[in-house]
Design a binder for this molecule. Structure first.
Ligand code: A3P
Length: 306
Protein backbone atom coordinates (compact mmCIF):
# COMPACT_ATOMS: atom_id res chain seq x y z
CA UNK A 1 0.00 0.00 0.00
CA UNK A 2 0.98 3.64 0.00
CA UNK A 3 2.07 3.29 3.61
CA UNK A 4 4.61 0.53 3.30
CA UNK A 5 7.34 0.17 0.80
CA UNK A 6 8.90 -2.95 2.22
CA UNK A 7 7.16 -4.96 -0.45
CA UNK A 8 8.79 -2.81 -3.12
CA UNK A 9 11.48 -4.79 -4.83
CA UNK A 10 10.76 -7.93 -2.86
CA UNK A 11 10.28 -11.19 -4.64
CA UNK A 12 6.75 -11.81 -3.50
CA UNK A 13 6.11 -15.29 -2.23
CA UNK A 14 4.34 -17.77 -4.43
CA UNK A 15 2.66 -20.83 -2.94
CA UNK A 16 5.53 -22.65 -1.28
CA UNK A 17 7.68 -19.58 -1.85
CA UNK A 18 9.47 -17.18 0.39
CA UNK A 19 9.72 -13.38 0.50
CA UNK A 20 13.19 -11.96 0.07
CA UNK A 21 14.96 -9.25 -1.86
CA UNK A 22 15.94 -9.59 -5.52
CA UNK A 23 19.55 -9.37 -4.30
CA UNK A 24 18.90 -12.60 -2.46
CA UNK A 25 17.42 -14.17 -5.55
CA UNK A 26 20.70 -13.48 -7.36
CA UNK A 27 22.69 -15.19 -4.59
CA UNK A 28 20.40 -18.02 -3.57
CA UNK A 29 22.87 -20.69 -4.71
CA UNK A 30 25.45 -19.37 -2.24
CA UNK A 31 23.24 -20.37 0.66
CA UNK A 32 22.12 -23.70 -0.68
CA UNK A 33 25.73 -24.57 -1.53
CA UNK A 34 27.30 -22.94 1.54
CA UNK A 35 30.13 -25.13 2.88
CA UNK A 36 29.05 -26.39 6.27
CA UNK A 37 31.28 -28.02 8.86
CA UNK A 38 30.49 -30.83 11.28
CA UNK A 39 31.29 -28.67 14.28
CA UNK A 40 29.14 -25.70 13.22
CA UNK A 41 26.24 -24.85 15.52
CA UNK A 42 23.35 -23.13 13.73
CA UNK A 43 20.58 -21.00 15.15
CA UNK A 44 17.71 -21.00 12.66
CA UNK A 45 14.56 -18.97 13.28
CA UNK A 46 11.80 -16.91 11.83
CA UNK A 47 12.73 -13.26 12.69
CA UNK A 48 11.85 -11.92 16.15
CA UNK A 49 11.51 -15.34 17.75
CA UNK A 50 14.41 -14.89 20.17
CA UNK A 51 17.26 -15.43 17.70
CA UNK A 52 19.73 -13.04 19.33
CA UNK A 53 19.01 -14.35 22.82
CA UNK A 54 19.60 -17.94 21.64
CA UNK A 55 22.67 -17.01 19.54
CA UNK A 56 24.32 -15.47 22.59
CA UNK A 57 23.42 -18.54 24.64
CA UNK A 58 24.85 -20.92 22.03
CA UNK A 59 28.00 -18.84 21.55
CA UNK A 60 28.57 -18.75 25.33
CA UNK A 61 28.03 -22.50 25.68
CA UNK A 62 30.53 -23.20 22.92
CA UNK A 63 33.03 -20.71 24.33
CA UNK A 64 33.16 -21.84 27.93
CA UNK A 65 30.86 -19.01 29.05
CA UNK A 66 33.66 -16.51 28.56
CA UNK A 67 31.77 -13.24 28.96
CA UNK A 68 34.99 -11.20 28.71
CA UNK A 69 35.78 -12.71 25.30
CA UNK A 70 32.18 -12.19 24.24
CA UNK A 71 32.39 -8.48 24.99
CA UNK A 72 35.35 -8.01 22.68
CA UNK A 73 33.39 -8.45 19.46
CA UNK A 74 29.78 -7.88 18.49
CA UNK A 75 27.59 -10.96 18.38
CA UNK A 76 27.05 -10.32 14.67
CA UNK A 77 30.77 -11.02 14.17
CA UNK A 78 31.01 -13.89 16.68
CA UNK A 79 27.88 -15.64 15.39
CA UNK A 80 27.24 -14.17 11.94
CA UNK A 81 23.96 -13.93 10.06
CA UNK A 82 24.45 -16.01 6.90
CA UNK A 83 22.25 -14.25 4.38
CA UNK A 84 22.15 -10.69 5.67
CA UNK A 85 24.58 -9.10 3.24
CA UNK A 86 22.53 -10.49 0.37
CA UNK A 87 19.11 -9.80 1.78
CA UNK A 88 19.39 -6.15 2.57
CA UNK A 89 20.33 -3.40 0.25
CA UNK A 90 23.97 -3.28 1.27
CA UNK A 91 24.89 -0.74 -1.41
CA UNK A 92 23.22 1.97 0.62
CA UNK A 93 24.57 0.66 3.93
CA UNK A 94 27.33 2.54 5.73
CA UNK A 95 30.81 1.06 5.04
CA UNK A 96 31.24 0.01 8.71
CA UNK A 97 28.31 -2.29 8.17
CA UNK A 98 30.45 -4.83 6.32
CA UNK A 99 32.72 -5.22 9.36
CA UNK A 100 29.72 -5.42 11.63
CA UNK A 101 27.86 -7.89 9.41
CA UNK A 102 30.41 -10.22 7.76
CA UNK A 103 29.68 -11.48 4.26
CA UNK A 104 29.24 -15.11 3.20
CA UNK A 105 32.88 -15.09 2.03
CA UNK A 106 34.10 -14.05 5.49
CA UNK A 107 31.87 -16.60 7.24
CA UNK A 108 33.30 -19.25 4.94
CA UNK A 109 36.80 -18.52 6.29
CA UNK A 110 35.92 -18.24 9.97
CA UNK A 111 37.70 -20.44 12.48
CA UNK A 112 35.82 -23.43 13.84
CA UNK A 113 33.73 -23.96 15.80
CA UNK A 114 31.38 -21.49 14.15
CA UNK A 115 27.98 -20.34 15.37
CA UNK A 116 25.85 -19.29 12.40
CA UNK A 117 22.48 -17.58 12.38
CA UNK A 118 19.97 -17.84 9.57
CA UNK A 119 16.35 -16.88 9.01
CA UNK A 120 16.15 -19.02 5.88
CA UNK A 121 13.76 -21.95 5.83
CA UNK A 122 15.45 -25.34 5.55
CA UNK A 123 14.70 -25.65 1.83
CA UNK A 124 16.99 -22.67 1.15
CA UNK A 125 19.84 -23.93 3.35
CA UNK A 126 22.32 -26.71 2.48
CA UNK A 127 20.34 -29.90 2.03
CA UNK A 128 22.74 -31.83 4.30
CA UNK A 129 22.58 -29.24 7.11
CA UNK A 130 20.69 -31.39 9.59
CA UNK A 131 22.66 -34.51 8.79
CA UNK A 132 25.89 -32.60 9.38
CA UNK A 133 25.48 -29.87 12.02
CA UNK A 134 23.57 -29.21 15.20
CA UNK A 135 20.71 -26.78 14.66
CA UNK A 136 18.79 -24.97 17.38
CA UNK A 137 15.44 -23.75 16.07
CA UNK A 138 13.53 -21.20 18.17
CA UNK A 139 9.85 -20.43 17.69
CA UNK A 140 7.71 -17.71 19.25
CA UNK A 141 3.98 -17.13 19.24
CA UNK A 142 2.80 -15.28 16.11
CA UNK A 143 1.07 -12.43 17.95
CA UNK A 144 4.21 -11.30 19.74
CA UNK A 145 6.22 -11.86 16.55
CA UNK A 146 3.91 -9.49 14.63
CA UNK A 147 4.31 -6.77 17.28
CA UNK A 148 8.05 -7.24 17.57
CA UNK A 149 8.54 -7.34 13.78
CA UNK A 150 6.48 -4.18 13.34
CA UNK A 151 8.78 -2.33 15.74
CA UNK A 152 11.78 -3.89 14.00
CA UNK A 153 10.60 -2.43 10.70
CA UNK A 154 10.41 0.99 12.27
CA UNK A 155 13.87 0.63 13.80
CA UNK A 156 15.95 -0.80 10.96
CA UNK A 157 16.44 1.65 8.10
CA UNK A 158 16.94 -1.08 5.55
CA UNK A 159 13.46 -2.45 6.15
CA UNK A 160 12.36 0.60 4.19
CA UNK A 161 9.47 1.35 6.52
CA UNK A 162 7.69 4.49 5.49
CA UNK A 163 4.83 4.69 7.95
CA UNK A 164 1.72 2.66 8.55
CA UNK A 165 -0.13 1.20 11.47
CA UNK A 166 0.45 -2.05 13.26
CA UNK A 167 -2.90 -3.23 11.94
CA UNK A 168 -1.78 -2.51 8.40
CA UNK A 169 1.46 -4.41 9.08
CA UNK A 170 -0.43 -7.37 10.60
CA UNK A 171 -2.50 -7.61 7.42
CA UNK A 172 0.63 -7.73 5.27
CA UNK A 173 2.08 -10.32 7.62
CA UNK A 174 -0.99 -12.55 7.41
CA UNK A 175 -0.91 -12.25 3.62
CA UNK A 176 2.74 -13.39 3.65
CA UNK A 177 3.92 -10.13 2.15
CA UNK A 178 6.60 -9.25 4.68
CA UNK A 179 10.26 -10.16 4.34
CA UNK A 180 11.05 -13.72 5.53
CA UNK A 181 7.37 -14.67 5.38
CA UNK A 182 5.47 -16.95 5.31
CA UNK A 183 5.65 -17.48 9.07
CA UNK A 184 3.68 -20.71 9.45
CA UNK A 185 5.37 -22.85 6.79
CA UNK A 186 8.77 -21.75 8.21
CA UNK A 187 7.90 -22.93 11.71
CA UNK A 188 5.83 -25.96 10.71
CA UNK A 189 8.64 -27.31 8.56
CA UNK A 190 11.03 -27.17 11.53
CA UNK A 191 8.32 -28.63 13.79
CA UNK A 192 7.99 -31.59 11.40
CA UNK A 193 11.76 -32.15 11.64
CA UNK A 194 11.93 -31.82 15.42
CA UNK A 195 12.67 -35.49 16.11
CA UNK A 196 15.83 -35.33 13.98
CA UNK A 197 18.71 -35.93 16.41
CA UNK A 198 20.53 -32.82 15.14
CA UNK A 199 17.58 -30.47 15.57
CA UNK A 200 16.57 -28.96 18.87
CA UNK A 201 13.22 -27.17 18.62
CA UNK A 202 12.60 -24.75 21.49
CA UNK A 203 10.16 -21.96 22.29
CA UNK A 204 10.78 -18.35 23.32
CA UNK A 205 7.96 -18.71 25.84
CA UNK A 206 9.73 -21.65 27.52
CA UNK A 207 12.89 -19.54 27.78
CA UNK A 208 10.80 -16.85 29.47
CA UNK A 209 9.28 -19.35 31.90
CA UNK A 210 12.35 -21.40 32.71
CA UNK A 211 15.59 -20.18 31.18
CA UNK A 212 17.65 -22.62 33.24
CA UNK A 213 15.68 -25.56 31.87
CA UNK A 214 16.15 -24.40 28.27
CA UNK A 215 19.87 -23.67 28.78
CA UNK A 216 20.24 -27.20 30.16
CA UNK A 217 18.50 -28.61 27.08
CA UNK A 218 20.67 -26.62 24.67
CA UNK A 219 23.87 -27.41 26.59
CA UNK A 220 23.15 -31.12 26.57
CA UNK A 221 22.14 -31.00 22.88
CA UNK A 222 25.44 -29.30 22.00
CA UNK A 223 27.42 -31.65 24.23
CA UNK A 224 28.60 -28.69 26.35
CA UNK A 225 27.63 -29.44 29.93
CA UNK A 226 27.96 -26.55 32.38
CA UNK A 227 29.41 -26.26 35.83
CA UNK A 228 26.98 -24.80 38.36
CA UNK A 229 29.19 -21.70 38.51
CA UNK A 230 29.01 -21.20 34.74
CA UNK A 231 25.27 -21.86 34.74
CA UNK A 232 24.74 -19.11 37.31
CA UNK A 233 26.96 -16.75 35.30
CA UNK A 234 25.23 -17.57 32.05
CA UNK A 235 21.71 -17.12 33.42
CA UNK A 236 22.70 -13.70 34.73
CA UNK A 237 24.35 -12.84 31.39
CA UNK A 238 21.22 -13.80 29.43
CA UNK A 239 18.70 -11.91 31.56
CA UNK A 240 16.80 -9.28 29.57
CA UNK A 241 18.00 -6.47 31.89
CA UNK A 242 21.61 -7.47 31.23
CA UNK A 243 21.44 -8.45 27.57
CA UNK A 244 19.66 -5.20 26.76
CA UNK A 245 22.57 -3.27 28.31
CA UNK A 246 25.26 -5.45 26.77
CA UNK A 247 26.72 -3.50 23.86
CA UNK A 248 28.13 -6.54 22.11
CA UNK A 249 24.61 -7.98 21.81
CA UNK A 250 22.03 -5.18 21.94
CA UNK A 251 22.59 -3.67 18.45
CA UNK A 252 22.80 -0.13 19.89
CA UNK A 253 25.92 0.23 17.73
CA UNK A 254 23.52 0.34 14.77
CA UNK A 255 22.48 3.82 15.88
CA UNK A 256 26.11 4.97 15.75
CA UNK A 257 26.92 3.29 12.45
CA UNK A 258 23.70 4.64 10.99
CA UNK A 259 21.70 1.60 9.92
CA UNK A 260 19.20 2.03 12.76
CA UNK A 261 16.91 4.91 13.63
CA UNK A 262 17.51 6.65 16.94
CA UNK A 263 14.05 5.92 18.35
CA UNK A 264 13.33 2.50 19.78
CA UNK A 265 15.61 -0.39 20.71
CA UNK A 266 16.33 -3.82 19.31
CA UNK A 267 16.02 -5.20 22.84
CA UNK A 268 12.58 -3.67 23.10
CA UNK A 269 10.47 -5.27 25.85
CA UNK A 270 11.32 -8.95 26.01
CA UNK A 271 7.84 -9.94 27.17
CA UNK A 272 5.26 -12.53 26.24
CA UNK A 273 1.77 -11.15 25.67
CA UNK A 274 2.75 -7.59 24.73
CA UNK A 275 0.34 -7.98 21.77
CA UNK A 276 -2.47 -7.31 24.26
CA UNK A 277 -1.25 -3.72 24.45
CA UNK A 278 -1.40 -3.38 20.67
CA UNK A 279 -4.28 -5.34 19.09
CA UNK A 280 -7.85 -4.12 18.91
CA UNK A 281 -10.43 -6.84 19.69
CA UNK A 282 -11.33 -6.91 16.01
CA UNK A 283 -7.72 -7.38 14.85
CA UNK A 284 -7.20 -9.98 17.53
CA UNK A 285 -10.20 -11.96 16.29
CA UNK A 286 -8.86 -11.90 12.75
CA UNK A 287 -5.44 -13.04 13.92
CA UNK A 288 -7.01 -15.81 16.01
CA UNK A 289 -8.87 -17.07 12.95
CA UNK A 290 -5.67 -16.96 10.87
CA UNK A 291 -3.74 -18.83 13.57
CA UNK A 292 -6.48 -21.41 13.98
CA UNK A 293 -6.69 -22.17 10.29
CA UNK A 294 -2.91 -22.55 10.06
CA UNK A 295 -2.72 -24.89 13.03
CA UNK A 296 -5.72 -27.02 12.07
CA UNK A 297 -3.61 -29.82 10.65
CA UNK A 298 -0.86 -29.86 13.26
CA UNK A 299 -0.29 -30.50 16.95
CA UNK A 300 1.94 -27.41 17.25
CA UNK A 301 0.48 -24.99 19.80
CA UNK A 302 1.73 -21.62 21.05
CA UNK A 303 1.50 -19.93 24.39
CA UNK A 304 0.18 -16.45 23.62
CA UNK A 305 0.51 -15.28 27.20
CA UNK A 306 2.17 -16.54 30.35
P1 A3P B 1 10.44 -7.71 21.63
O1 A3P B 1 10.47 -6.85 20.41
O2 A3P B 1 9.09 -8.33 21.86
O3 A3P B 1 10.95 -7.03 22.85
P2 A3P B 1 15.24 -11.63 17.47
O4 A3P B 1 16.55 -11.69 18.17
O5 A3P B 1 14.79 -12.94 16.92
O6 A3P B 1 15.17 -10.51 16.48
O7 A3P B 1 14.14 -11.33 18.58
C1 A3P B 1 14.10 -10.10 19.24
C2 A3P B 1 13.11 -10.21 20.36
O8 A3P B 1 13.69 -11.00 21.43
C3 A3P B 1 12.78 -8.85 20.96
O9 A3P B 1 11.41 -8.96 21.39
C4 A3P B 1 13.75 -8.81 22.12
O10 A3P B 1 13.42 -7.88 23.13
C5 A3P B 1 13.64 -10.25 22.61
N1 A3P B 1 14.75 -10.63 23.52
C6 A3P B 1 16.07 -10.51 23.31
N2 A3P B 1 16.76 -10.90 24.41
C7 A3P B 1 15.84 -11.28 25.32
C8 A3P B 1 15.93 -11.75 26.66
N3 A3P B 1 17.09 -11.89 27.27
N4 A3P B 1 14.77 -12.02 27.31
C9 A3P B 1 13.57 -11.86 26.69
N5 A3P B 1 13.43 -11.40 25.43
C10 A3P B 1 14.55 -11.11 24.75
Amino acid sequence: TENFNFAEGLALSEPGGFVLTPEFGRHVDEFINFKIRKDDAWVVTFPKCGTTWTQEMVWMLINNCDAELAKQKPLTVRAPFLEVTRVENMESAPPEMTTFMPSVEVIDKMHSPRVIKSHLPFFLLPSNLLDTCKVVYVARNPKDVIVSFYHHHKLMKMQGFSGGSLENFADFFMKDQVIFCPYFPHILDAWAKRTHPNLLFIFYEDMKKNLRGEVEKVASFLGKPLTEENMTKLLEHLKFENISKNESVNFEIGKKIGFMNQDGAFMRKGKTGDWKNHFSPELNRRIDAWVESNLAETDLRFEMEL
